[in-house]
Design a protein around this ligand. Structure first.
Ligand code: WT7
Length: 661
């Protein structure tokens, strides 16, 4: 059975959930995938021959400079899609729209937090991407090089990604909330040649600096591969300047040509690396390649959001996460859609900020995270009610299981009971939506991500890889490769194998991708995600490894040992709870707690700041010395201990941990 910090409460709330919401009839009639039968037909066709299914779509939906020779080369656990094909995702996102009426259609509509805004049509975006591509070339960036992107939510963040893709350089976007330390590790792992950043960005009514973190990361030649830093001016904050290394975008842009041919890339050439947390202290560089990723994000965006020519689509994620990659930039632009980008975050100074954006741009498709939905729910109905939200026709959610209460609020107050809710289950590793309703085809149940996307052979199995029965909890796996699956961990094939392919043994020679989530399937075949089964936390939809936070704490001189677990949190879903054992000479104090929290912020970033630190004299361990996290989770939540304590080495440890020692 899958174990996770919150699976118990998730199961309870979900079992009471019987409501079913059919797609509105008019909606279904106009949808690209219309009705349960059409979904089933697509699903069955894809399941019978996934490679043929994807090949047909690849031919139909994308531009290829040269067609592939082999659709799928599967040497478990390594998959190659469209082998021999030549393609460029920047071309598919831009150039191919230019000789159509989409040329003058808004590609990116950007709203800054202070209220400034900017719209780039496909033609304008193409020109600007070419300019940045040419600037990168002038800096010596060539096909196969890596470029770091550390940006606020401004159009130039998308421009930078598309510019890299255009010349065949792989990007690695590092979320602007990560610390200089975290940035340095990622730039080094990827051996980035150039970093694209900004002076800062506006967030929660403040100008948050970014350039100083880049300076700190690179200080003392700590990232020897980096030769240049390209800086976008956003906040006009003062910045330190390293002559010869740093270049203002506004200085070089005017002289850069608006023409730059898209480089024909091998379908399997590296498109980007995106770091994500795992169960060790070191984040994994998730590798995505070109052709399969382009096809899968294109198709999932098209069907799941039932995109129409005049839709205005808004995903509130940050480009620093996979959601921003796949569903702000690549999926929408490949489809010629209008993608709204918003710089701000939900904030008390304007509890209606998201709804202002929906009203202003007449957003039709809105995609956000449960943590944001819960934040707005708490702020009250008066804010959305004071805005005109009638343009909305589809609502999406991603990042963590959505509790039925938040789902119903989203459905009623934001959707006016008219908009299908698309609960999309997927991961950095999967590249695109895996389990999700198609809005005109699949009836929804609050809290369920419903059914697999056609071509995705998802199942729930036990530890031996045997399928479990209806409503039985187990491990979520995928039984056939799909085009946008991660190819490996950057520079570490062994870790790729170990993490995703060896937990569940292959059955009859068939390898299964192990997602790390616990789930169950109900009697109607609907998937209910229960949460992580490994030592990974989900804080406000952000993935954090407990080991990463533990090593951050342990790097502080006062800390002898640390253990981090998740504690259920009404707003964030989960919060970071740390048990800390101090070095002999240090004594517990509130000041030290504050200092340790700040230390984690410095080492990783504000998203990892522990909500609570408890000083302890010892940790519950098995006789073989393994920390019993289950007990720590119980203690953090103030619950009774679940399970057997007799394997514990020292029983008195538990008693002391119940209260602050
Ligand atoms: C983990 C992946 C994919 C973009 C956002 C996070 C959890 C994600 C859902 C959902 C329940 C979800 C899973 C997954 N998760 N979406 N709709 N319902 N849980 O990407 O950082 O790679 O995290 O987020 O636990 O494994 P990520």
């Amino acid at each position: 059975m899958a174990q996770s910090p919150n699976s118990q409460s998730a199961i309870e709330s979900i079992l009471q959930e019987q409501r079913l919401f059919e797609p509105p009839a008019e909606f279904a009639a106009a949808a690209t995938v219309s009705g349960a039968d059409q979904y089933q037909a697509l699903y069955d066709k894809a399941a019978a021959d996934p490679a043929a299914f994807w090949a047909e779509l690849a031919e139909q939906e994308l531009h290829w400079f040269k067609k592939w020779d082999t659709v799928l080369d599967w040497q478990p656990p390594f998959a190659k899609w469209f082998v021999g094909g030549k393609i460029n995702i920047s071309y598919n996102c831009l150039d191919r729209h230019l000789d159509t009426p989409r040329r003058d259609k808004p590609a990116l509509v950007w709203e800054g937090e202070p209220g400034d805004s900017r719209t780039l049509t496909y033609a304008e975006l193409h020109a600007e991407v070419c300019q940045m591509a040419n600037v990168l070339k002038d800096m010596g960036v060539a096909k196969g090089d890596r470029v770091g992107i550390y940006m606020p939510m401004v159009p130039e963040a998308a421009v930078a990604m598309l510019a890299c893709a255009r010349i065949g350089a792989a990007h690695t976007v590092v979320f602007g909330g990560f610390s200089s330390e975290a940035l340095r590790d990622r730039l080094n792992d990827a051996e980035a040649k150039v970093v694209i950043t900004a002076d800062g960005g506006f967030r929660k009514d403040k100008a948050m600096p970014l350039k100083p973190a880049v300076d700190a990361a690179l200080e003392g030649n700590a990232v020897p591969s980096v030769t240049n830093v390209l800086v976008v001016q956003r906040t006009k904050q003062d910045v330190a300047w390293t002559e010869g290394r740093d270049v203002w975008w506004h200085d070089v842009k005017p002289g850069a040509s608006t023409d730059c041919a898209a480089e024909p890339m091998d379908s399997e050439d590296l498109l980007f690396i995106l770091y994500t947390s795992g169960t060790t202290g070191k984040p994994k560089g998730v590798v995505h390649t070109t052709g399969g990723y382009n096809l899968y994000t294109h198709t999932t965006f098209k069907w799941t959001f039932d995109i129409k020519e005049d839709d205005v689509y808004w995903c509130t994620a940050d480009v620093g996460w996979i959601t921003g990659h796949s569903y702000i930039v690549y999926g929408p632009l490949s489809n010629g859609a209008t993608s709204v980008m918003y710089e701000g975050a939900p904030r008390k100074s304007n509890p209606g900020c998201f709804w202002d954006v929906v009203e202003k741009y007449k957003v039709t498709i809105f995609y956000t995270a449960p943590t944001a939905i819960r934040a707005f729910l708490k702020m009250g109905d008066q804010h959305p009610n004071a805005r005109d939200l009638t343009s909305l026709r589809i609502l999406g959610t991603v990042g963590e299981p959505i509790n039925p209460e938040a789902w119903m609020w989203y459905h009623k107050v934001i959707g006016g009971e008219n908009c299908p809710i698309i609960d999309t289950w997927w991961q950095t590793e999967t590249g695109g939506f895996m389990i999700t309703p198609l809005p005109g085809a699949i009836a929804t149940k609050p809290g369920s991500a419903t059914k697999p996307f056609p071509g995705i052979l998802a199942d729930i199995v036990d530890a031996e890889g045997n399928p479990v029965g209806a409503n039985e909890g187990g491990y979520l796996v995928v039984k056939h490769p799909w085009p946008s699956m991660m190819r490996t961990v950057y520079g570490d094939d062994a870790r790729f194998r170990r993490t995703y392919w060896e937990h569940i043994p292959p059955k009859d020679g068939n390898y299964m991708y192990f997602a790390g989530d616990g789930a169950r399937k109900d009697e109607d075949g609907y998937f209910w995600i229960m949460g992580r089964t490994d030592d990974v936390l989900n804080v406000s939809g952000h993935r954090l490894g407990t080991m990463e936070i533990e090593s951050a704490l342990q790097s502080h001189p006062a800390v002898a040992e640390a253990a981090v677990v998740g504690r259920k949190d009404d707003l964030k879903g989960e919060d970071v709870f740390a048990f800390v054992i101090l070095e002999g000479t240090h004594s517990p104090s509130d000041d030290l707690k504050a200092e340790l929290k700040q230390h984690v912020v410095k080492e990783i970033g504000a998203i990892a700041r522990p909500g609570e630190i408890r000083f302890a004299e010892g940790l519950p361990k098995t006789r073989s010395g393994k920390i019993i996290r289950r007990f720590l989770r119980n203690l953090a939540s103030g619950e009774e201990l679940v399970g057997d304590a007799t394997t514990m080495e020292d029983q008195s440890v538990l008693e002391k941990l119940r209260t602050e020692s």
